[in-house]
Design a protein around this ligand. Structure first.
Ligand code: UDP
Ligand code: MG
Length: 319
C-alpha cells in the first residue's frame, strides 16, 4: 500500500521528474515507479515538473493525481530545459532525500530500493552509473566517452563517468545545491561540485519506453560546451600559451631570416608563405576571440540574474 501524505508531513523520499512532452510514457512510468517506491516501505512524494510540454502531459498528470496520493505537479510557464526543470523539482522537494529520475523509464525505478539502502548506510549521495550504454547508438556512445575524458581533463572537479542525473541525494546535499546561484546549470557538474560521501550503484540503461529523446546532435553539443565552460577556465588560458608559443616561433624564424639575408642577400619571393601565415594566425585569433566570447556570454547571462525557471501553477497533492 502506498502511504498517503498529509501536507504537514515531510516525506522520506521525494522523487523528482522533469517532463517535457511525455504523455505517452506516463502510464507505464507510474506503473513501475509506484511499486518500486512502495517496496522501500518509506513515505514518499512524486514531484513532477511539467517543462512547458506541448502535448497533454499536464492534463494527464492532473488526472493521475486523483489516483496517486503524494503526486505533486508543478507547471512551468514555458519550456526552460531539463536542467531548469530539474532545479525546480529539487527546490520544491520536501523529502529527506531527493531522487531525480527521467520519466521515460530509461532510469529503472527498481534501483531506488537499493539507493535507499545505501543511503541508510550513511552515504549522502548514491549515484546510478550505467555500466552498459549499448542502448545508445555508436556515435552517442563515443561522443559521450570523449566528453567525459575532455571534461575531466580540464575541469577542477571531475564528474563520474556515465553517471546521469539519476541518483539519491540526502537533504544536506539538496540544501547545498540550493546555495549554488548560477543561472546556467550543468546539473551533473553541480552535483559533483558539492561533494559529500558518494556511493556508486551500477545499472544497465534501458531503451526509452515511448516518445522520443529531446537531446540530439546540436543540443548535446551545446550541452557539452555548457559543461566545460561551466567548470573550467582552461579554454581561456590556452590562448596565453598558444600565443607565447607562436610568438617564440616567429622570433626564431625572424632571427633565421635576418641571418639568411645577411649571408645570402635579399630575396623577394615569399607571397605564398606570407599569405598562409597571415591567414593561419587570423584564424587562430578568431578562435581565441570566439572562446572569450563564449565566456562573456556566460557572464552576461549571469549578470542579468533572471530566475532559473518560472512556475505558472502549483498543483499540490493536498489540493
Ligand atoms: N526533459 C525536460 N525538458 C526538456 C527536455 C527533456 O524536462 O527540455 C526531460 C524529459 O521529459 C525526460 C528527461 O528530461 O524526462 C530526459 O530527456 P530525454 O529522455 O529526452 O533525454 P535522453 O535520455 O535522450 O538523454
Ligand atoms: Mg531518455
Amino acid at each position: 500500500m502506498s502511504r498517503p501524505l498529509r501536507p504537514d508531513m515531510r516525506p522520506k523520499l521525494s522523487v523528482v521528474c522533469p517532463m517535457y512532452n511525455e504523455s505517452a510514457v506516463l502510464s507505464p512510468f507510474f506503473a513501475r515507479l509506484l511499486p518500486a517506491l512502495e517496496s522501500t516501505g518509506e513515505t514518499f512524494e512524486i514531484v513532477c515538473v511539467n517543462d512547458g510540454s506541448q502535448d497533454d502531459t499536464l492534463g494527464k498528470l492532473r488526472a493521475f493525481q486523483e489516483k496517486i496520493p503524494g503526486l505533486r505537479v508543478i507547471d512551468l510557464s514555458r519550456n526552460f530545459g531539463k536542467e531548469a526543470a530539474l532545479t525546480c523539482g529539487i527546490d520544491q522537494a520536501r523529502g529527506e532525500a531527493a531522487i531525480p529520475i527521467d520519466s521515460d523509464l530509461q532510469d529503472p525505478p527498481e534501483l531506488i530500493a537499493e539507493m535507499v539502502h545505501l543511503w541508510k548506510k550513511g552515504f549522502d549521495m548514491v549515484l546510478a552509473q550505467r555500466v552498459d550504454r549499448s542502448t545508445d547508438h555508436f556515435f552517442k556512445r563515443k561522443t559521450a566517452e570523449w566528453f567525459y575524458r575532455l571534461h575531466n581533463m580540464v575541469s577542477d572537479v571531475p564528474i563520474a563517468v556515465n553517471v546521469g542525473d539519476f541518483r539519491l541525494m540526502d537533504r544536506r546535499v539538496v540544501e547545498a545545491l540550493k546555495c549554488l546561484p548560477e543561472r546556467r546549470r550543468f546539473m551533473k557538474g553541480l552535483f559533483a561540485w558539492v561533494g559529500f560521501r558518494q556511493a556508486i550503484l551500477p545499472y544497465v540503461r534501458e531503451v526509452r519506453e515511448a516518445g522520443e529523446s529531446k537531446f540530439s546532435g546540436w543540443r548535446l553539443w551545446n550541452f557539452a560546451l555548457e559543461g566545460i565552460t561551466s567548470f573550467s577556465t582552461v579554454p581561456l588560458r590556452i590562448w596565453t600559451y598558444l600565443g607565447s608559443l607562436i610568438a617564440l616561433i616567429a622570433f626564431v624564424f625572424g632571427v633565421f631570416l635576418i641571418g639568411r639575408t645577411l649571408v645570402f642577400g635579399r630575396d623577394l619571393p615569399g607571397y605564398a608563405s606570407l599569405m598562409t601565415t597571415v591567414l593561419f594566425l587570423g584564424g587562430i585569433q578568431l578562435i581565441g576571440l570566439g572562446v572569450i566570447g563564449e565566456y562573456i556570454g556566460r557572464l552576461y547571462g549571469e549578470a542579468k540574474a533572471r530566475p532559473i525557471y518560472i512556475i505558472r501553477e502549483r498543483y499540490d497533492d493536498a489540493a
